[in-house]
Ligand binder design. Structure first.
Ligand code: SF4
Ligand code: SF4
Length: 343
């Protein structure tokens, strides 16, 4: 590969994903965090990060993991960010949301809950727990007290036939938006996977045709939901998911990916390491805590961003969560323009 020009260091980082904990209370079949995760970020580490977040004009911190609500001091961390006028976006399994609803409503701007089934059996098959009702209860508890809560669905073999039902269920639960991703089956870094990749969760060739029909029916019957943003993805993006599954079956090329996530965001894990996105491991080198700016300036990190920008990373070719953002706020009321779009 020809030598690439090293990217300049970033001077702004509007979106930072921060893993509060590697531990998780879910048992997803596609993930190993719940098996091996131990580390929590410390409150002191987050406090130390605040000056860099200010200097980098960070608008939003996405609190993720693992399950962030397992961190015994998650509220203290959220309050620290609120004190800096940094938006708080929580990505949660939803299992303890009902318990924390009041505190979440005080400290979090938007909550995204992973809900991979529309009934108890599908939910348990994918998430490993009999907890469908508990998660739904958490979503409605938040919606009832006015929290902006959105539902995220990872489409896969066990749930793709429920595609239209996810839209109606999200509405019944009071969510403001439902979004869809394809299951990732190729990336060991994402989800801390140590064992075999979960290839069996992808759709088979016959199922891809079924999903394609479902998607076209949804596009035809839910025009208002696409227009309002209640369904977060565009029709083009849903067809992209079909093309991704078709490519996994050998039925064509992977759909083109457009992504500038590493140019406007970064992922800091519970150990303080910086990564350019969820799927690509950072170079190690300098810790992002407390000096996030130094980690961004690190030569290896800039080189990695150059490779990504040049399309030289294999992870990007099969990515299920590419993002594109061209300025404007990175967090807005769901359904309105301004958030990074899956590209
Ligand atoms: S995918 Fe997310 S919710 Fe599921 S076990 Fe992994 S970290 Fe937990
Ligand atoms: S396309 Fe995916 S893997 Fe590549 S930089 Fe974007 S988020 Fe990361």
């Amino acid at each position: 590969m020809p030598l690439l020009e090293t990217s300049a260091a970033l001077t702004q980082l509007p979106l930072v994903t921060l893993y509060l904990s590697e531990r998780c209370n879910s048992r997803c079949v596609t993930c190993d965090y719940w098996r091996f995760g131990k580390q929590d970020v410390t409150v002191e580490a987050v406090r130390g990060l605040l000056p860099a977040l200010r200097q980098l004009q960070t608008e939003v911190v996405l609190l993720s993991g693992g399950e962030p609500l397992l961190h015994p001091q998650w509220a203290e961390i959220a309050a620290l960010l609120r004190g800096q006028h940094i938006g708080r976006w929580l990505l949660s399994s939803g299992l303890s949301l009902a318990k924390h609803a009041r505190r979440v409503s005080e400290l979090i701007d938007i909550v995204t809950v992973s809900l991979d089934g529309t009934n108890a059996a599908t939910y348990e098959r994918i998430r490993g727990l009999d907890a469908f009702d508990k998660v739904c209860e958490g979503i409605t508890a938040l919606a009832d007290i006015g929290v902006a809560v959105t539902v995220r669905v990872t489409l896969q073999r066990a749930n793709f036939e429920e595609l239209p039902r996810f839209v109606s269920l999200a509405r019944e639960l009071g969510a403001r938006q439902v979004s869809f991703l394809a299951v990732d089956v190729g990336n060991p870094h994402a989800f801390a996977r140590r064992d075999a990749l979960p290839l069996a969760t992808a759709l088979g060739p016959g199922q891809v045709g079924q999903l394609s029909e479902q998607v076209e029916q949804l596009i035809a019957s839910c025009a208002e939901d696409f227009a309002s943003g209640f369904i977060a993805e565009s029709p083009r993006r849903l067809r992209h998911i079909v093309a991704y599954f078709r490519a996994l079956c050998g039925g064509g090329a992977f759909p083109p990916v457009r992504c500038n996530a590493p140019e406007f965001s970064g992922v800091i894990d519970a150990h303080g390491a910086l990564h350019p996105c969820f799927f690509i491991k950072g170079p190690g080198g300098r810790s992002a805590v407390p000096d996030l700016r130094a980690a961004l300036e690190d030569r290896q990190y800039r080189q990695l961003r150059s490779e990504i920008r040049a399309g030289a990373r294999p992870e990007c070719a099969t990515c299920v969560c590419s993002m594109w953002h061209e300025g404007g706020p990175v967090l807005a009321v769901p359904g309105r323009p301004g958030r990074p779009q899956h590209a």
